[in-house]
Design a binder for this molecule. Structure first.
Ligand SMILES: [Zn+2]
Length: 582
């Protein structure tokens, strides 16, 4: 997720008004075919925009330490192979009814107990039920949210829950947190044992401009079906829902999905469309999605799309026709800037896939879909699919438009890069994003730096990277504890704390999206860019398609960099609580 578009848009609108007044698996797949800022929008009266004068800067850039070359480690641009182990499998037969605002159907879920504990009960996460009201949806935490966030959802109906081993019908028990569903098993599931769980469900789609909701005829249908929670060393994970960030935590699975929608609706989804059948006034899409943590889709009878192929990855860009009729666009001195927005989005996608493929290992899926629709963040990530808010498509109007060759966009490219970065850090390498958000959002925020570095090396504009760093990422020497007083006082350190431990959402956003991004960039400065990328690439290789932990990150880091690097040790000692890293 990339946060904070609301203030940005206020700023852009103000800028525009000012301007107007005065005059932005395994080897089994061969080559495997082969999800918020500018972060400056977290600004509050106590969190001033960063400027070169209000924040210490580094005057002596650390000299990269000699790092041993470990030859067996993966090379730049290596392939990322799907795992050889059996994966969980979801077979879903779904229908979306726009009239009733419902999505539902039948799920047949085959899985096995991959832990050393016997499971007496199962835990499902049913996030769609949270949208029964604004409180449970988490909307009331933000007083600046407009009043149009009235989710009018409903508790998801989950029926006919059966365990195929003994044909038992399981009772659905919800916690006070309605997203937590328990199923008591009549026959416990022993370690290594397989079972098939089948259930029907019907979920209500809320009328909110959000990652799960319908707004102006675009249906973002995400985290909509009851999904098996993750079982880790603490048992079944069922942490509270986070509207400001993510708590999604699941196992990589194979999906086969048939989805029926009214005729005229285009659907973008996780995975690849393999069939489309019309039957009267409905159309059924068939999708296959191997080796992903979740299945989501967006559907609309207003979508138009563009497609492109970048190094073997098919990229589809979907955006609503109505975007051109938006009041903002009508008032813009640029008139219709859609073509420029499309071009900018696709170019950012192309460069992101190239930059991250080189640095972390090539994108292992056939397809990537980009949805442009209004959501309550800059962007949001899902497996094989990202959502970018249409507000990112507003051109920047801070200078005389007649002096610009074409419209430019404030943070659109960074937002696209960020969400695509999540394909590696969420999609390929999973983690408990609520409990260890730095592994998810901070490393992904660091991918923005990788993206800008790639562009500065490959694009015509030589100043891209330096201006990116100057404008939004003023450097702070995080080895110097005196330079960290401000964030220490706000409880933003250690970075490896859970979302639930930060004092405020703003502190969480500042620490995880900005400060820890800086820390990772400083690790790069200390170790050297190529060397740090090697470390991350090896981290991806070792943890691909599993759920990682902070310990697994530091294991690779220390294995490569050693434990006697004074600069690195100072940095880590200042910023991370290594007592938690076990
Ligand atoms: Zn993110």
């Amino acid at each position: 997720m990339r946060r904070g578009k609301r203030l940005l848009n206020m700023l852009l609108l103000c800028a525009m008004l000012t301007s107007l007044c005065a005059c932005g698996k395994d080897e089994k797949n061969t080559k495997n075919k082969a999800t918020e800022t500018p972060v400056t929008t977290t600004v509050t009266p106590t969190d001033k925009p960063v400027t070169p004068t209000d924040e210490p800067t580094v005057t002596d850039t650390p000299t990269p330490s000699p790092v041993p070359t470990v030859s067996p480690w993966p090379e730049e641009g290596c392939d990322i192979l799907f795992p050889t182990r059996d994966l969980y499998h979801y077979d879903m037969n779904l229908q979306m009814d726009p009239e009733k605002r419902t999505v539902g159907g039948q799920v047949v879920f085959s899985f096995y107990n991959d832990t050393e504990s016997t499971w007496d009960e199962l835990c499902l996460r049913d996030y769609s039920s949270l949208f029964v009201d604004a409180e449970t949806a988490g909307y009331n935490r933000d007083e600046t949210r407009p009043n149009d966030y009235k989710p009018n959802g409903a508790i998801t109906e989950i029926t006919n829950v059966k365990d195929s081993r003994d044909d038992s019908v399981l009772t659905v028990n919800r916690d006070k947190d309605v997203s937590v569903v328990w199923l008591k098993l009549k026959t416990p599931l022993a370690p290594g044992e397989k079972m098939t769980l089948s259930y029907d469900f019907s979920a209500k789609i809320p009328t909110v401009p959000d990652r799960y909701g319908v707004y102006k005829d675009v249906y973002n249908v995400t985290n909509f079906y009851p999904i098996l929670a993750e079982y880790d060393e603490n048992g079944w994970s069922h942490e509270g829902f986070i509207q400001c960030g993510e708590c999604f935590y699941s196992e990589v699975s194979d999906y086969d999905v048939r989805l029926t929608v009214p005729e005229g609706f285009l659907v973008a989804s996780t995975g690849t469309e393999t069939k489309k059948e019309s039957n009267g006034d409905v159309v059924t899409y068939t999708f296959t999605a191997p080796c992903v943590r979740d299945f989501v889709f967006s559907a609309s009878n207003q979508f138009v799309y563009k497609e492109a192929d970048y190094d073997g990855v098919h990229v589809n860009l979907f955006y609503p026709k109505l975007i051109e009729a938006d009041e903002y666009w009508k008032d813009s001195p640029f008139g219709n800037a859609t073509d420029a927005a499309v071009e900018t989005t696709l170019k950012a996608a192309e460069d992101s896939l190239a930059a991250f493929g080189e640095a972390f290992g090539r994108y292992p899926y056939e397809e990537l879909d980009i949805i442009v629709s209004r959501i309550d963040a800059g962007g949001m990530e899902y497996p094989n699919l990202i959502i970018i808010t249409d507000q990112e498509w507003y051109p920047v109007i801070t200078v005389d438009p007649s002096s610009m060759e074409k419209p430019s966009f404030f943070t659109l490219e960074t937002c696209v890069a960020h969400e695509i970065g999540h394909q590696w850090f969420m999609g390929i390498v999973g983690s408990n994003s609520g409990m260890e958000p730095w592994l998810d959002e901070s490393i992904t925020s660091y991918t923005e730096v990788v993206f800008e570095e790639y562009r500065s090396r490959n694009a015509a504009s030589e100043n891209t990277f330096s201006s990116f760093m100057r404008l939004s990422r003023e450097f702070r020497d995080m080895r110097d504890v005196t330079q960290l007083q401000h964030i220490m006082q706000r409880g933003m350190i250690p970075f490896n704390q859970s979302y639930y431990e930060f004092n405020t959402d703003n502190d969480y956003i500042s620490a995880i999206y900005q400060e820890c991004q800086r820390a990772l960039y400083q690790m790069e400065e200390i170790l050297g860019r190529k060397e740090f990328h090697s470390i991350i690439r090896e981290y991806v290789r070792r943890n691909a398609f599993t759920n990682s932990t902070s310990a697994k990150f530091f294991e690779v880091l220390y294995e490569y960099a050693g434990k006697d690097n004074e600069d690195l040790n100072k940095l880590i000692a200042n910023l991370f609580d290594m007592e938690r890293v076990k």
